[in-house]
Design a protein around this ligand. Structure first.
Ligand SMILES: [Zn+2]
Ligand SMILES: [Zn+2]
Length: 263
């Protein structure tokens, strides 16, 4: 399985980073996790070449904040030759359901509604605890974040926990997974002055402790704070590795990374 990070930033595109979007490719099928501004990278030749040929594009959203959904509005310019399926979280995972998307993709915020797009769009609500998207079998867990969000695990290879307060109970959910993508919004230093619980996000020490307890193969910090430079992130990754005692890899947008025990 390959993972192509297309957007690793949270909130604001900054320092060359786009907002949250990850392309997962396995066995000739593809899945996008979230649809932030990083979805625009589907226009880049390397990314386009990694997308398996086919007539379908599947997207799983974790929640409805703009840094995870704004890229949906790019789809008529990026995927007009594919049938698009958007797997959209619903209660009890999130307070809002897919109707949030009907508000975003509608005048005056967007000129045409989904029904009038040049390709068919199907919106599929999901509530867990399982979700099957083509060949991908996901497990789903509710997370604590303003409005709620969904944590996702794809068999033993990949888990994606973002836009959540770090939750020690996630250790069981991600136990033994090869690659854990987990948000790290605050550094240890910032966590001393800012209440992570109030932000609805995670601080580095808690994420490192979770990765250690869950014995994940590798931790990839994502959903970076827009104020962080690449040098800041490299320092953060070293801190995480020291505390977690696990491999920590800072994913670069446009990379194609092997994921799974035999990587
Ligand atoms: Zn976010
Ligand atoms: Zn959010």
């Amino acid at each position: 399985m390959r993972l192509l990070p297309l957007g690793c930033g949270g909130f604001i595109p900054a320092h060359g980073r786009q907002t949250m979007c990850f392309l997962v490719v396995d066995g000739g099928e593809a899945l996008l996790l979230d649809a932030g501004s990083g979805l625009a990278r589907l226009l880049e030749p390397r990314v386009a070449a990694a997308l398996p040929p086919g007539d379908r594009l599947d997207i799983v959203l974790t929640h409805y904040h703009l840094d995870h959904v704004v890229g949906l509005s790019y789809l008529p310019g990026l995927a007009r030759d594919r049938r698009v399926r958007i797997f959209a979280p619903a209660a009890p995972l999130t307070e809002s359901g897919p109707e949030a998307l009907e508000r975003l993709i509608a005048p005056p915020l967007f000129p045409v509604r989904f029904e009038a797009w040049p390709m068919p769009v199907e919106i599929v609500p999901y509530a867990g605890p399982e979700l099957v998207v083509g060949r991908f079998e996901l497990r789903v867990r509710a997370q604590r974040h303003p409005g709620g969000s969904a944590g996702l695990r794809l068999d033993d290879r990949l888990a994606y926990l973002t836009d959540t307060v770090v939750d020690p109970a996630s250790a069981e959910f991600v136990a033994g997974v090869d690659t854990l993508l987990h948000e790290v919004w605050l550094t240890a230093e910032e966590a001393g002055t800012e209440d992570a619980g109030r932000t609805g996000h995670s601080a580095a020490p808690g994420v490192a402790d979770l990765a250690r307890r869950a014995e994940v193969g590798r931790l990839m910090p994502v959903h970076h704070h827009p104020r962080r430079t690449t040098a800041d992130l490299e320092a953060l990754a070293l801190d995480l590795a020291a505390r977690a005692g696990r491999d920590v890899l800072l994913p670069a947008e446009g990379d194609s990374l092997a994921v799974g025990r035999r990587r």
